[in-house]
Design a protein around this ligand. Structure first.
Ligand code: SF4
Ligand code: ZN
Ligand code: ZN
Length: 342
């Protein structure tokens, strides 16, 4: 049987089956459709404007490494006019993050982008290794998630960027939709599908890979021979997400469009409410101005310990830190995650 030709260019030999569509195509066409779909996502959501300074949240893993590669390629090909940076957070996880940061340092050379690394140790005085030795492996991701969010904001402020992009892909978002359905959390269900989010902080965050399949990201990294780090975090115990992941992979095997279908289902729950409008006002106000206006208005306060934007006296990170310092970590988690915290 003669070799099958590419379904897109009808010219070269097909060497791969595209996970998203099942089409048999050549390598060059795969690169082109993958990159063009990301470009279309960026254009349709008007993620950037000329002159934006954009930090790529870089972990050294496949998603953020492919994101850095594709952002650089698209910025040059379509002349977005962006200034790109790499921003990495060192959680202090021996045998995991120290190795993956070496990959990011090589990426800095390969992509010729300035790199800023910020550590939990320098920001909070705690590494994840130390936190796990105190709280165990059950709630560690709660600490890590709250600390990372704030660390990225602080890094963005140091780099003076307007925007942080992260490598969250379609599978990640579909998993989160499933988890929110299982928890019956309708408010989060809609919010988790937004391509662009801004919370109580001032930095815009977005996910240009919102519609990119994980399998295609891996394929892209493999065929482009990108330099990335593939080990999982040694403290990754998120069993609940693990169940959602396995379920999603089963659905994908039965019908590849299941991932996009689930994201569209979540999008149908997106609500535009007054809270969003309030947050928008917050974002446009510099911290100091916000603090003057905040007298008597709990939505516009600043954390009394670290100065980070907060809806309570202490921000979530400082609430967790005080719990750690007093050896009352579990009580602090309950407080930091209480619905009274906006
Ligand atoms: Fe942090 Fe948990 Fe991710 Fe490890 S798996 S990096 S502890 S959030
Ligand atoms: Zn082709
Ligand atoms: Zn604080």
């Amino acid at each position: 049987m003669p070799p099958r030709t590419c379904a897109l260019c009808d010219d070269a030999r097909a060497i791969l089956k595209r996970p998203k569509t099942g089409q048999q195509i050549c390598k060059e066409c795969f690169f082109y459709v993958f990159e063009t779909e990301v470009h279309n996502t960026i254009q349709e959501s008007q993620l950037f404007k000329r002159g934006d300074r954009v930090a790529i949240g870089a972990s050294g893993g496949k998603d953020s490494t492919v994101l850095a590669h594709v952002m650089k390629a698209l910025n040059e090909r379509y002349d977005y006019g962006l200034e790109l940076f790499l921003l990495s957070i060192d959680e202090g996880i021996t045998g995991y993050r120290d190795d993956s940061l070496e990959t990011v340092k090589r990426n800095q050379q390969q992509y010729d982008m300035p790199l800023k690394i910020l550590s939990y140790d320098e920001l909070y005085g705690w590494t994840m290794d130390a936190i796990v030795s105190q709280v165990g492996k059950k709630n560690n991701c709660t600490f890590c998630g709250v600390f990372r969010r704030q660390a990225l904001d602080r890094g963005a402020a140091i780099l003076n960027v307007d925007h942080i992009v992260t490598g969250h892909n379609a599978d990640d978002i579909a998993e989160t939709v499933l988890m929110n359905i299982m928890r019956g959390d309708i408010a989060r269900l809609g919010r988790c599908t937004s391509i662009c989010t801004q919370g109580e902080d001032t930095i815009k965050r977005s996910k240009p890979f919102k519609y990119a399949y994980e399998k295609e990201i891996v394929m892209y990294a493999y065929f482009k021979k990108l330099d990335y780090f593939s080990t999982e975090c040694i403290y990754s115990p998120d069993a609940y997400r693990g169940h959602a992941r396995v379920f999603l992979k089963d659905l994908e095997a039965a019908r590849p469009s299941a991932i996009i279908d689930i994201i569209h289902s979540g999008e149908a729950f997106e609500v535009k409410d007054d809270v969003k409008a309030t947050q928008k006002i917050q974002r446009t106000l510099p911290h100091l101005f916000a603090s003057i206006l905040s007298k008597g208005d709990s939505l516009l306060e600043i954390c009394k310990r670290c100065g980070y934007m907060s809806s309570n006296e202490l921000c979530k990170a400082c609430t967790l830190l005080e719990g750690l310092e007093r050896g009352l970590a579990n009580a602090a988690i309950v407080r930091a995650l209480s619905p009274l915290f906006v």
